[in-house]
Ligand binder design. Structure first.
Ligand SMILES: *Cc1c(COP(=O)(O)O)cnc(C)c1O
Length: 393
């Protein structure tokens, strides 16, 4: 019911709206991906790397002090402990092996905060593939550590100067590149966005998060489902991974947290499910922040990874069907939540993940409730922002 259909749609959202020149590439990917992903040899190659290279399974940690404060059992799914510091590597490991099986020799990617760029550059080094990463110039400046990492890993980072020079603009450039090199290039999209089959493909690679949660919750709690799963939403890949095996588990409430930026009643926001209207962006029909005449409204969030005017079609559908509850957190709420996790549990989260944590004070729980918050990444890349904020407070 919440899976993509034959044509690539989740309800009215999704599809593959692409230029003619990419048609055979996307068709080829569409006809091959499930066959390849269901192959035993492929699965073993992915699983071995996830275990020995990424460090999976990522722990499910019962946060005692947070639990006490919020009056329920708060578990943290520790994607921040993955190699390269976020959930993004789950997807790039899968896609690089997929690209090899498709006979591709050149990899391109877009990146916002730089986490997906680093995760892509990492697997390209591992597999000895050429790697080009498109990144908005604004993000190049605010995430310089990740730019340095990508370059050390051997990737070429191309700063993009169109629009407000962030993730949307980087994605446009990556698609443009792909149009010029359709034959030899695989585009590793970093989230559950883009034309079908990308949203489904990325969700499947990230679904390892909820697959592990089932086993881990059974061990900790004697039942394999929680009452709530909370995840932040940019394009929606960490949320898709955390929700995936619970989509039909009605005992589990799914909570998606968008970036409100300065507030959903201001022009500086990235709450695209709440404020978006139906449109087409980056090959997919979904909810997009746009003006009356369909011009994209430039998004804003303090967190580069959530600074995107659209959302993956799966999440637009889950929200519309009422399967997911959509909340939003402002910059300030996220910063406060990051500080709280750091001071109470000794974990510095990524700014993106801090948005998920910021949902806790907005919700009410029973003492028996089991709540899983997906900590999508660690905060190293955000230290400049944190330091600036803490000096003021
Ligand atoms: C990229 C990123 C996100 C946002 O992307 P999704 O596809 O929505 O998961 C969230 N958290 C971290 C740490 C990221 O790097």
């Amino acid at each position: 019911m919440y899976q993509v259909n034959e044509k690539g749609f989740y309800g009215e959202f999704g599809g593959a709206y692409i230029p003619e020149i990419l048609y055979s590439n996307v068709e080829n990917l569409k006809s091959q991906y499930l066959k390849i992903m269901n192959d035993r040899g492929f699965q073993k190659e992915v699983d071995d790397l996830l275990r020995d290279y990424v460090g999976r399974p990522s722990p499910l940690y019962l946060a005692k002090r947070l639990s006490e404060k919020y009056g329920c059992k708060v578990y943290l799914k520790r994607e921040d402990l993955n190699h390269t510091g976020a959930h993004k590597i789950n997807n790039t490991i899968g896609q690089i092996i997929l690209a090899k099986r498709l006979g591709k020799t050149r990899i391109i990617a877009e990146t916002g905060a730089g986490q997906h760029g680093v995760a892509t550059a990492t697997v390209c080094a591992l597999m000895n593939m050429e790697c080009i990463v498109y990144m908005g110039k604004t993000d190049v400046e605010r995430q310089h550590l990740n730019v340095q990492k990508m370059e050390m890993l051997g990737a070429t980072v191309c700063p993009v100067t169109s629009g407000n020079m962030t993730l949307k603009d980087a994605t446009n450039e990556a698609i443009r590149d792909w149009c010029c090199h359709p034959a030899d290039t695989h585009y590793i999209i970093g989230s559950t966005v883009g034309p079908h089959p990308y949203p489904d493909l990325v969700a499947r690679f990230q679904s390892v998060i909820s697959r592990e949660m089932k086993t881990q919750l059974l061990e900790h709690e004697g039942r394999d489902y929680p009452d709530y799963i909370i995840a932040c939403i940019g394009g929606g890949s960490n949320a898709a991974g955390a929700f995936y095996h619970y989509l039909n588990e009605t005992r589990t409430a799914l909570v998606a947290v968008e970036a409100a930026g300065k507030g959903t009643d201001t022009d500086e926001t990235a709450a695209s499910i709440l404020l978006g209207r139906l449109g087409i962006l980056h090959g997919s029909r979904t909810l997009i922040m746009q003006t009356e005449d369909g011009q994209i409204i430039e998004p804003y969030s303090i967190s580069a990874g959530l600074d995107y005017p659209g959302v993956g079609p799966l999440h637009a559908h889950l929200a519309k069907e009422g399967r997911a509850h959509v909340l939003s957190a402002t910059d300030d709420e996220a910063l406060a939540a990051a500080y709280e996790l750091t001071s109470m549990e000794g974990i510095i989260p990524a700014l993106e993940s801090a948005h998920a944590l910021a949902a806790l004070p907005k919700m009410t729980f029973k003492p028996t409730d089991v709540v899983v918050v997906n900590i999508s990444g660690r905060g190293d890349k955000d230290m400049d922002t944190y330091v600036k904020y803490f000096k003021k407070h």
